[in-house]
Every structure is written in C-alpha cells, then in structure tokens.
Design a protein around this ligand. Sequence first.
Ligand SMILES: Cc1cc2nc3c(=O)[nH]c(=O)nc-3n(C[C@H](O)[C@H](O)[C@H](O)COP(=O)(O)O)c2cc1C
Length: 185
Amino acid sequence: MPQWKQSLTKSLHQTRSTPESRYFQLATVDKDGFPFCRTVVYRGLTDNNQLVVVSDTRTEKYQQLMQNQHAEACWYFAKTREQYRFRCTGSIVTVLDDQPLVSAHWNKLSDAGKKQFLWGNPGSERTSDSALQVVGDFQNVPSHFCVLLLQINKVDYLNLRGNPQCREWFYQNSEGTWVSQSVIP
Ligand SMILES: Cc1cc2nc3c(=O)[nH]c(=O)nc-3n(C[C@H](O)[C@H](O)[C@H](O)COP(=O)(O)O)c2cc1C
C-alpha cells in the first residue's frame, strides 16, 4: 500500500468521531477554464486508489468532468492538522454503466439523503417558498444519481504538526511504483 494511503487510513481512523472529517473540497474546471470548487462527502477509497463520491448528473461538476477529467480534491483534517491534495482524473458512473455499483451506493443513503436527489433540477429557479416536492421514490435509483470515481495520480501531503512542518509529494514513477519526495513546506 502506498505510504500516502497508509497515512490517509490513519487520518480517517484518528478523526472517526468527527463527521466533518468526511468532507473534502472537489475542484473542477469549466470549458472556459474557470475553476469551480465545492464540498462533497467521502464515500470510500477503492483498491486501485479512486476516491468515491456520490452526486447528480444535473450538477455543474458532471458537465465539467465530462468536458475535462482533470480535478483536484483538497482535504484538511483539523484534528490531526493534516492536508491532502489529490490530483485526480474523474469519471462518472450511472446506473446504465454499472447498475450494481450505483444501486449499492443509492441503498446506503438515508431517506433524507435520497430525498435530496428527488427535488428537481439542482440550480434551477425555486419558484415557491413552500416545501419542495419529492418526485420519484426511494426504491428506484434515479437515472441522474451517479458515482464519481476520482483516480488519484499525485498527492501533496502537508502535516502542520511539528517544527519544522512536514510536506511530502507522492507520484508514480515510469514503472507505476509510488515514490515520494520530501519538500520544503
Ligand atoms: C457538507 C456538504 C457535503 C456535500 N456533499 C455533497 C456530495 O457528496 N455530493 C454532491 O454532489 N454534492 C454535495 N454537496 C453539495 C455541493 O457542495 C454543491 O453545492 C452541489 O453538488 C452543486 O455543485 P456543482 O453544481 O458545482 O456541481 C455537499 C455540500 C456540503 C455543504
């Protein structure tokens, strides 16, 4: 297991009692090169080093990743004072691509979590102050529900504990082996 993955596993374990440690920032770019950054929930890390996020194909990040797979995830663990920046290649999986995978993630959501996908188009005008209508049901996976797989290509790790602080870059060499380099913070 690459060293950064061991560190991340440890960070997740050490912060397991703080729900906000499961949120990270995901940045993508639009067709004009404008960056967009938003908070998402960490849903796992695959054996082949893909961060897993659930999302909606009607959001901006979907369009942006379809046009440009480059993405960056930035994750700060306040308790352990560690920051991970992951350079990623993003791909999107819908029920049409992988029904078992997408259904498994849908079924893991709470009813409150599922409801957020059944309110209508994210970002479209809200015309009334009344409660949002739920369209669809919790049993069926909506066609716009998707899983984002963010393949980690490079890691910039910064640990603020200690004096001096520690910063390490991790990347794969030409043989595909993860190597690291310590750098000045
Ligand atoms: C704490 C928190 C967690 C969030 N988790 C997710 C998530 O896992 N997936 C998601 O698509 N949006 C999530 N959002 C909403 C996004 O930050 C964003 O507002 C939404 O996805 C629309 O972004 P976009 O149109 O730029 O893609 C979360 C927001 C917050 C504040």
